[in-house]
Design a protein around this ligand. Sequence first.
Ligand code: TXA
Ligand code: MG
Length: 316
Amino acid sequence: PNPPKRPTIRPYGSAAIAEAAALIRAGEPVAIATETVYGLAADATRGESVAAIYAAKGRPSFNPLIVHVLDLAAAEQIAEFDPLAQKLAATFWPGPLTLVLPLRSDSGIASLVTAGLATIAIRVPAHTAMRALLEATGVPLAAPSANASGNISPTRAAHVAQSLADRIPLVIDAGPTVLGLESTIVAVTDDMLRLLRPGPITTEMLRNATGLTPLTFSSNNIEAPGQLASHYAPSLPIRLNAETATPEEWHIGFGPISGDRSLSPEGNPITAAANLFEALHQADASGCTAIAVAPIPHDGLGAAINDRLARAAAPR
Ligand code: TXA
Ligand code: MG
């Protein structure tokens, strides 16, 4: 059989970074080495670019993603840093620590990155390849691990190519990753640290830097690491597969069903994913007493959209 034509694997260097930056400007996700694992990076300010990450990974649901920036100053344009968060950033950035902080209202980050949450996960990577891509694109990059849903995190370019194959155009190969383990995730609130995902920055390192012991959660409290309270839930009740709406309902449409707002008039699941969380916020603020959502076809990102809507409609 012919070897797969995609993805192209290029050794890290200025030509490869220029090619990757052009792809990211064109809205495509690119895989690149970081110090933890290979990430699948896309422009965090554009919903359709972020939706393309989920499409490539074949993720059955929308988990909020980590945004990567060059330095603390860039991070402060996106998230609110209290003194405790500043202390952690000063101690561990650049490096394998992700902070979950309040999202600034003027962040410019696409709502699909945070899955509509009021908080954002952000880190300043140490690896020169990822840093070069941040410099070349000039935008914050959302980047989950560069593997298909259900596969283990990739620590080599070859793992990425095996797992994502023709779903992505390019992998920037900078050799095996040094840490081989995803970043530690810490939520910072009210002088309190919550460890959402253990990683290379240990509890002891966090304690030494801050004098605080991070609270951890027993694994039976949460579905998966980092999953705690990690989805925006609309305050209004939701009715699914609604071809039409009652006068009391805000109708979110799809394709030929236009509603008060359509997720995608042309029926494109990438566009619909990009608009999903914004549409839910808009519905909540509409003054209606309930939300009705048109049927969404299950193919492609439709599965993830339907997963999210089913959770939003579940009794709570
Ligand atoms: O090492 C890493 O962090 C790698 C490299 C590529 O940088 N990235 C990575 O990203 O692991 P990802 O998207 O696979 O991990 C995101 C994790 C998820 O577990 C998610 O639930 C959590 O971060 N997360 C993101 N935003 C969150 C938020 N606002 N609140 C709570 N958890 C959040
Ligand atoms: Mg992952």
